[in-house]
Design a binder for this molecule. Structure first.
Ligand code: GLN
Length: 301
């Protein structure tokens, strides 16, 4: 017999099929595993297994409704994996991003809520562009999140996205097909030399590059073990790719065009310095919804 705690046994073979009780047990299990929003993850996993929305799960819990055995077994297998800190989005296969639902899984960076605000900066810059068909570029698009948000929310823009990881590209391709925005195009390319045909014609260049300093290994297992390292680590100070973007942006953007780069909380000043030293004007850093510095913008002279 393998030793297990009473709570483990409980999760393996729940004494109940009542959704409200299961949600309580699973939340407690997730809390012990160090998951930040245990109840949210519990509700979303139940919703996934039942093929309904989270609100319906909450309603079912209030009614003390029951879950059938097959669904319960499936749920418990997913609960085990989530308790071992596999990302929720890998288990459900989807990640929300603004109004989109993107396919994600192993090999692609899971889109983050803070990047929704980076996409907002890009969308705003596109909307104020004087051009009737402004061109936007998303370098290192990953799942395609920022590019597809721009394409769908600014339909008069033309959006080009590049990704150079084979694994990530496969997910991006699926998402581009799923969203099917007529004004969005995806290419497999290195960000350093992507889109030579667009030189000096781009209005908005946006990127969520890898920016984690090599030594700053992320604490959360979901990030450390499941996000692709090439989407996370940006060299010793984390800014290797930012320096490349500063040069690529001068090539791609027309004068007056905007560059938007996501970065870590403490990288605002160094990113402004990189951009200003490369010749960019009006470098400005913007906070995310948790008031942490999250992105820097600048204007091409
Ligand atoms: N924000 C990411 C994290 O959660 C890092 C993303 C990146 O390097 N682009 O670790």
């Amino acid at each position: 017999m393998c030793p297990s705690t009473p709570s483990d046994q409980h999760v393996h073979a729940p004494a109940t099929s009542r959704i409200d009780v299961i949600l309580g047990d699973v939340s407690a299990r997730f809390a012990r595993a160090g998951i930040l929003d245990p109840r949210v993850d519990a509700e979303l996993l139940v919703a996934h297994v039942l093929g309904v929305g989270r609100g319906e799960v909450q309603a079912a819990a209030i009614r003390a409704a029951e879950i059938d055995t097959v669904a319960l077994e499936r749920l418990m297998r997913l609960v085990e994996r989530r308790a071992a800190r596999e990302p929720l989005q890998h288990l459900t296969g989807v990640a929300p991003f603004r109004h989109l639902e993107l396919s994600v899984g192993p090999g692609v960076f899971v889109p983050r809520p803070e990047t929704e605000m980076v996409a907002q900066l890009a969308i705003d810059a596109l909307r104020v562009s004087a051009s009737p068909a402004p061109v936007a570029v998303d370098l290192g698009t990953g799942s395609g999140a920022i590019a597809l948000a721009m394409a769908t929310e600014v339909p008069h823009a033309r959006v080009h996205a590049a990704e150079n990881s084979v694994d990530a590209f496969i997910w991006a391709k699926e998402n581009f097909a799923r969203v099917n925005a007529p004004n969005a195009r995806l290419v497999f390319a290195d960000l350093a030399d992507a889109f030579a045909e667009l030189d000096r014609s781009v209005s908005v260049l946006v990127s969520n590059p890898p920016y984690v300093p090599t030594q700053a290994i992320p604490r959360d297992p979901e990030v450390r073990l499941y996000d692709p390292p090439e989407a996370l680590y940006g060299g010793e100070d984390g800014l290797d790719v930012v320096r490349v973007l500063a040069g690529v942006g001068l090539r791609l953007l027309h004068p007056g065009g905007t560059i938007i780069i996501e970065h870590a909380e403490l990288q605002g000043a160094p990113v402004r310095e990189v951009l200003t030293a490369a010749g960019w004007r009006s470098a400005a850093t913007h906070p995310d919804l948790t008031l942490r510095d999250r992105a820097t913008t600048a204007i091409r002279p």
